[in-house]
Design a protein around this ligand. Structure first.
Ligand code: IMP
Ligand code: MG
Length: 177
């Protein structure tokens, strides 16, 4: 097996750490007081969420939604299959939905509708990266880490064919396939 392509770094680990700390302050200042559930979308958000929640100094519970997009790995269909549901109800709770990246926005739209149907007190969205070039839906993204270029990005949780999630920085590769 040939060695995998080494992604070209576009956001360093240090820049990520600085931005995540600022984002956590922004979230803490803007979310209403009251019971908070942070919902991470598996698997892409797991590293981002783990850094983010440790920088938000308030009581919270953490929960996860496992999702799988139908179809091609690099093009969103917007139809997501829930492979693992939340462990606890969110009725009456303030929810912060944490995703790795909003590309077309279809996945976030689907998940927002799903969560809103369960009677939460509020739902806010936070994405590490926002790629607006392919955005086909108007979704409210309340907190954005970085704007991303119109390229396939990997690292810090984001994958290409399940690889590269463990890269400490964010880089760009040629799309697989
Ligand atoms: P959307 O539904 O088009 O917004 O796509 C959202 C999902 O597609 C994300 O949760 C990612 O899993 C995946 N995705 C979109 N762009 C990229 C990328 O550049 N790198 C890695 N995953 C991506
Ligand atoms: Mg994802």
């Amino acid at each position: 097996m040939p060695p995998h392509e080494i992604p070209r770094q576009i956001i360093s680990a240090a820049a990520i750490a600085t931005r995540v700390a600022a984002l956590a302050r922004e979230i803490d200042q803007n979310l209403p007081p009251g019971p908070l559930t942070v919902v991470g979308v598996l698997r892409g958000a797991f590293i981002f969420m783990s850094d983010l929640v440790r920088a938000i100094p308030r009581d919270m519970t953490c929960d996860f939604l496992g999702v799988r997009s139908y179809g091609d790995a690099t093009v969103s269909s917007g139809v997501v299959e829930i492979t693992s549901d939340l462990a606890a109800p969110i009725a009456g709770r303030h929810v912060l939905l944490v995703e790795d990246i909003a590309d077309t926005g279809l996945t976030l739209r689907y998940l927002l509708d799903l969560l809103n149907a369960r009677g939460p007190a509020s739902v806010h969205t936070c994405v590490l990266l926002s790629k607006t070039a392919q955005r086909t839906t108007t979704i409210p993204v309340d907190f954005v880490g970085f704007e991303a270029p119109d390229a396939f990005v990997v690292g810090y949780g984001l994958d290409a064919g399940q690889l590269y999630r463990n890269l400490p920085y964010i880089g760009v590769i040629e799309p697989p396939g």
